[in-house]
Design a binder for this molecule. Sequence first.
Ligand SMILES: [Zn+2]
Length: 292
Amino acid sequence: MPTLAELQQFARYHLVRRVYDHPARDPELEVVTLGYDPKAFEAEVRSFEGRFAVREALRGSYRGASWPVLEVESKPSSEARRRRVLVLSGVHGNEQAGILSVVPLLEQLYAERASLANVAVRVLTPVNAVGAAEVSRFNGEGYDINRDFRRFYTAEARLVRDALESFRPDIVLSLHEGPQDASFVFANARCDVEQVKRWLSEIEAKGTTLARKDYFGSMLPSPGLSPSTAASRLVVRLWANTLGMMAANGYCDERGIPELTLESSWKSPDRAARLRAHVDLCMAVVRTLARQ
Ligand SMILES: [Zn+2]
């Protein structure tokens, strides 16, 4: 039986659309932070201008300060037939590996640009710019953006929706962290499960530890993989129809787009391991699409 505290925690993250009226820090989550600094991160991402197209896609403000959501896109190549990958980084602002991994990811994409020329990669980072600056899961108005893909109250969820419309990705990768002790992915119903397993083997071979259990403590059917099931799709539908909440994962499913949500462990003090999972998964996906 779950404890009362666990039930309260579950209710807060799954049953309430607006949890706070401000981007709260939530120390009971026991997130090990990795020293994200909004100004330094913005400067680092902007330093890729020239190698990538970099622009401010949205600006989030809170208490008189504001921070940009940056859109970084690989430069168009002469290839006519291009595949497209959309990377959502920092939808939850306190999950810092999904944000900080963007810098090594861009470096790797640029290093391999010759062999990846027929794949366009667009990164939105950090989708929750206020939450990232405030080390919070929530945005400036206290909403969890990843519960807002039904009603689209938040400018951040609308930005992602617009990117899906305009960029028409072949796959979406959403970079998250969770309280479990290793990494796993939620794969929506549009994903090819056998292909996802190959990507997971690839990142495991490069040093990522794949979780055996998800963050509810349930055994995963295959290491590192939480696939869409009839039961999980029913829960997603009920959640949307009764509470008006939906995650990007479910929204992409409705739109017919494969989506992988990667969850590394926010409890791990091993910064390199946490970042590596994100960089290696994104690169595995992009390299596969480049060969198609
Ligand atoms: Zn998250």
